[in-house]
Design a protein around this ligand. Structure first.
Ligand code: PLP
Length: 385
């Protein structure tokens, strides 16, 4: 016997399993999964080293390249978007490298924190929540900083409902420092909003399955330019699971180095088919209409937006809580009485705003129902507008 007393672990007394409700899920990820995609995941398991998987892998990879608008291979990992941020850092840089982090909100902050956690020297260029990165400010700051290896930035900041003018920023960054790696978190924009990776000369683009791709969480997709692959060769940060070299080598035989999330591949295979049928530009237009609709409805109700300007996001809208309205009560009533689920504000904006996702699989009727319910509940809580 050990000196420690042996205690039996009892069978846990927990709530019985309940069925998952069908809701108008209007959070900016996870997003609604189309019935066809949901059904695809029920398919049986296959050997991930066999021909059935290779066929899926080839189809999915090539179609993702089309949506990334790149000739570079797209690597797929079982991870959420944050894993993509970490993957970019460990594959591109060496301890002590100086990098720039342009952040306009919570997810930009996270990217900078990961870089610091891995021992990089991070210079931040921050913008207040609700604003986009101002190219003139970025240019002025970059002219006074020490030499840097790369720049991290967010395409669409999900915490604030702001889309950076990525094309302008990427052009500027390339002009100021032709060798610096431009690393873009496009988790909540890719597949919804225009992003031309190769044409805009962006070095790394990463995204997550549960945002615009109409499949559940758990898959991260990332692509790297020729310049980034060169940098990768000499990058010294420790890495193993996320090592791009192995993933790229496996692609030669349309495989993953490690066991892939097969059910998510089944889902993505169908989702990409649906996206191609709709058309890339048509998808962008649907999101543009959605953003316009949500912003105009909110404003017509007398609500104020965190970002009411040309950089307002077409995938997520951040709505400020009106004076005297408790967002917790409002979101609870919407969830319980209308089956409409919004997201809270993050960080210092918790309780001060709420967010509505309009990305991936949605119809105009879904958005209208959510806005109608919001209007009704606001009136019930005494908001006059
Ligand atoms: C959702 C999201 C992430 C990653 O979050 P996960 O919860 O790890 O998927 C990163 N960046 C942005 C812009 C996001 O919207």
């Amino acid at each position: 016997m050990t000196t420690q007393e042996q205690k039996a672990i009892p069978i846990p007394q927990v709530e019985a399993r309940a069925s998952i409700p069908t809701q108008n899920l209007r959070v900016p990820g996870p997003t609604v999964v189309p019935p066809k995609v949901q059904a695809a995941q029920a398919a049986p398991m296959i050997n991930h080293r066999g021909p059935e998987f290779a066929a899926i892998m080839k189809r999915v990879t090539l179609r993702l390249q089309y949506f990334f608008q790149t000739a570079s291979p797209v690597l797929i990992y079982p991870a959420s978007g944050t894993g993509g941020q970490e993957s970019a850092i460990v594959n591109l840089f060496s301890p002590g490298d100086h990098i720039i982090s342009i952040t306009i909100g919570n997810f930009g902050d996270r990217f900078a924190k990961i870089a610091s956690a891995f021992g990089l020297e991070v210079t931040r260029i921050d913008f207040p929540w609700g604003q986009a990165a101002d190219p003139a400010v970025v240019e002025a700051r970059l002219k006074e900083v020490a030499p840097y290896r790369g720049v991290l930035l967010t395409h669409n900041e999900t915490s604030t409902g702001v889309t950076n003018d990525l094309q302008t920023l990427a052009t500027l960054l390339r002009r100021l420092n032709p060798d610096a790696l431009i690393v873009v978190d496009a988790v909540s924009s890719l597949g919804c909003v225009q992003l031309e990776m190769d044409k805009w000369d962006i070095d790394v683009v990463l995204t997550g399955s549960q945002k615009g791709w109409m499949i559940p969480p758990g898959m991260m997709m990332i692509a790297a330019s020729q310049r980034a692959w060169e940098a990768h060769k000499s990058a010294k940060l420790p890495r193993f699971y996320f090592d791009w070299t192995l993933a790229r080598k496996s692609l030669d035989s349309w495989q993953n180095p490690y066991t892939p999330a097969l059910s998510l591949f089944y889902a993505l295979d169908v989702a990409l088919e649906m996206m191609l049928a709709e058309g890339r530009e048509a998808i962008f237009e649907r999101h543009a209409r959605a953003g316009e609709y949500v912003r105009s409805r909110a404003k017509a109700m007398g609500l104020k937006l965190l970002s009411d300007h040309k950089n307002a996001s077409n995938t997520v809208t951040a709505i400020l809580a009106p004076e005297g309205i408790d967002t917790k009560t409002l979101l609870k009533k919407l969830r319980e009485e209308d089956s409409v689920v919004f997201a809270t504000g993050q960080d210092h904006m918790r309780g001060k705003m709420f967010r509505m996702g309009h990305l991936g699989f949605f119809s105009e009727a879904d958005l209208a129902q959510a806005m109608d319910a919001l209007e009704k509940q606001l009136h019930a809580l005494g908001f006059q507008g």
